[in-house]
Design a protein around this ligand. Sequence first.
Ligand code: ZN
Length: 269
Amino acid sequence: MMLGLVDSHCHVQQIEAAEREASLDHARERGVEGFLVPALHLEDAETLYELADRHADLWIALGVHPHEAKRWADGDQRRLAELLKHDKVVAVGECGLDFHYDFSPREQQQRAMREQWEVALEAGLPVIVHNRESDGEMLTAFRDPAFDELRAVFHSYCAGSEMARELIARDGIFLGISGMVTFRAADNVREIFQIVPVERILVETDTPYLAPAPYRGKPNRPAYVVEVARRVAEELGIDESELHARTGAGFVELFEPQRAGEQTRAPSG
Ligand SMILES: [Zn+2]
């Protein structure tokens, strides 16, 4: 499978239902060839299945966001493993740590993340990782030999070069670049282009949050991944079309959307 420009992280379920279809069409008109929609909690599953069933160019990830980690409970590993058995699920997520907002107790965030990583390894799927002001704890988990085989995208990456270097030293690890790359003050996002090759970069909007310039302050939409990609191409000194092709190839490499529907992923009822 070949893909060009993809919005590798957009919470389309957060867009008002009446506007969802139009927002996807608008993105397609601007050249977006695929969408990956990560869950925020397990109750998102039905909405995401429905979206994925309706759109051939839309894939989904199921998991529990760190803000919702307080709801992660005994039995949820099994529940998540069952929910993954739909033919458009290509990842576990988003999951991770957020010590900026601390909407869930930190210990609970750690537990939910690790248990989701275990489910992902078991299912042979990559994870979509959220990390905010939790670099030390994130690296501790990442270095745990239990997770040596983990494949992941660290989405909306803003943790700087040193951590980036360690992450991408391992095969199967990608950094997701969001609209923050266009923010004047975001040198911490842009500095990584000195050391991270385009082969390890994905682009995303994180819809409905973090709209890129010139849409800052407005609700973000998948169509704006065009502006994110444009700025990343500029930073890397390559053509936009090359950036689209290479990040699309990275998306296919990590998420293997062409495999969706194969044996281990039974269709939903
Ligand atoms: Zn997100």
